[in-house]
Each structure stands twice: as structure tokens, then as C-alpha cells.
Design a protein around this ligand. Sequence first.
Ligand SMILES: Nc1ncnc2c1ncn2[C@@H]1O[C@H](COP(=O)(O)OP(=O)(O)O)[C@@H](O)[C@H]1O
Ligand SMILES: NC(=O)OP(=O)(O)O
Length: 311
Amino acid sequence: MRVVVALGGNALVRRGETPDAAPQRANVDRAVRSLAPLARTHELIVTHGNGPQVGVLSLESVNDPGLTRPYPLDTIGAETQGMIGYWMLQSLQNALPGRQVVAMINQTLVSAVDPAFADPAKFVGQVYDRDEAEKLAAEYGWTVRQDGDGWRRVVPSPRPQRVIETRLIRELVRLGTVVVCAGGGGVPVVRNDVGRLEGVEAVIDKDLTASLLAESMDADALLILTDVPRVMRGYGTPEQEEIAHTTPHELRAEDFPAGSMGPKVAAAASFVERTGDMAAIGLLDQCVEILEGTAGTIVTPNATWPLESTL
Ligand SMILES: Nc1ncnc2c1ncn2[C@@H]1O[C@H](COP(=O)(O)OP(=O)(O)O)[C@@H](O)[C@H]1O
Ligand SMILES: NC(=O)OP(=O)(O)O
């Protein structure tokens, strides 16, 4: 089987944790312990989030007295791909001796006229209380929004249209390489008037890019791994209940929050609708069980779809 796995930003910086390198590397090792058994038996493409890391590097850049202008978000996106990609590369190589692993810098095409540029919605950086967030917004010209109980910076998040290096990723997978790519949804780029690629100030949602990538790679399964065991109906209410098995049709009939579960559900539903294969959302530590259909929220084309066909 060919499997695309999307690792949540929360997999790398857990809630309440300081985004130092050491805890992130430990979290990468933990993620790789879960992924390694999959890589031994399947073709594996891994993508990852970068929201918390974009926030750290962007703040550093804005406060660097040696710069006349802070680094733009596309450049910071590439920095996060290099940093997280390096951690994942090393950890995967240590876990899978003899296996070829690559971590790529990727660009993802977006539309220059995507309405998302006028409506920043992607959470980056750390969580603040409202006063602190508003103070920072005034100081740095940020837009901030409520995220759960806290407040965070938001940046434009245009819809991914195509991973520019798709053909190369396909070749690498065909050779048996474990490919880490499209980190942070890919560095957002547009084609200018003369057809040249140019970076833009945005952060793409990695779940939406993972869905696109899984489709263009002819993947058999898309696994979206995060810090909750299943998607829940009535999340945060006394009536909340876990969804074990569902369909795109059922998911699209419900509302999920835009900055968190919404894109995961949209990504999973879209992959299943467009390919007829399975997607799943669940806990990072359970990726083998999720692929076997015994954990996570499994999304299949219809309710009677036999889960055994994924194995
Ligand atoms: N209906 C829901 N079911 C489960 N989790 C939900 C739901 N709605 C919102 N969430 C939140 O979504 C979070 C996962 O999204 P997000 O924080 O963006 O993850 P990641 O950084 O791992 O990609 C969960 O930790 C949970 O707090
Ligand atoms: N780029 C992105 O979607 O990052 P997170 O998963 O960290 O939000």
C-alpha cells in the first residue's frame, strides 16, 4: 500500500510545551516510533505542520536588529521545512537502517487572487491571553483571533492547487524512498505574469496539501494524525461522542471549527470523494491500528465499505 501521513503541529510541539529544539526532537522520535512499522511494510510519504514553528521564527526575524526587513513568510516556511525535515530525516534514518529517506523543500502553487489573502485564518505561533495578543497585534501589525480558550496570530492560508515537485516525489517513492515533503503545506508560491514562480506571504494548511498530495500520488490511504483519538460529534459539549466510522457525506453535514478539525475533516472527505480510497483521523501513536481500521475516525466512501480491503 501507498500511505500519505500528515503529522499535526501539535505532534511536534505539544500543548503547553516550550517550542525548544530538544522537546521537538523528542516528539519527532516519538512520531517516528509510530511511523516506522508502517514504513517497513508500506510506501510512506510524510508531511508535517509548521504553525508553531513559523510563529517562533517569524518573531525572531521581526526582532532581529541586523535585518532591515523581517524574512517573509514563504522564506520562513522553507526554514521550517529544513529544520523539521532534518529532525525527521535523522530520526527516520536511525529507525530504518538501510532504507533511503529524503526530506525535501517543496513549493505549493496557490492562486494570487485566492480570497484567503484578505481573510487571515491560519493560526501560527503560540497561544496568548487576549490582552497580550492585542498588544502584540498593535506592535507588529498582526491579525489575531480566538483559538479555543486563547488567542493567536492568524495569517492568510490560500487553498493549495498543486505541489510543484509532485513528479519528483512520485519517482522517489517508486524507488522505495521514504519521503518527507510538503511540510507546512508546502512553501506557498504563485506564477507571475511571465510564468516564473514567486513566494507569497502565507501559510498553507498542511492537511489540505496532504489530501492533494495523496490524490496525486495515487495513495491508498491518507492518515491525518493529531492529538485526539477520534473526531467527535458535539465536541466540547456534555453530549460529545466519538465517530469511529463515517463517510464524506455525513462529515459534510456537520460543522467543525475552521482553525483545527475543520481542515482535517475537509481534507479526509475530499480525498475519499475523489479517489474512493480511505482516509482517517486519529492519534499519532496509533497509526498502525488506524490503518487496520481499529482506531481513529475512519472515512470511507460508504458506510458498508469493508475495512478489510484497506489491509
Ligand atoms: N469535533 C472535534 N473533534 C475532535 N477534536 C476537535 C473537534 N473540534 C475541534 N477539535 C480540536 O482539534 C484539535 C486538533 O486540531 P489542530 O490543533 O489543528 O491539530 P494539529 O496541530 O495536530 O494539526 C484537537 O486537539 C481538538 O482540540
Ligand atoms: N501549516 C500547517 O497546517 O501547520 P499546523 O499543522 O502546525 O497548523
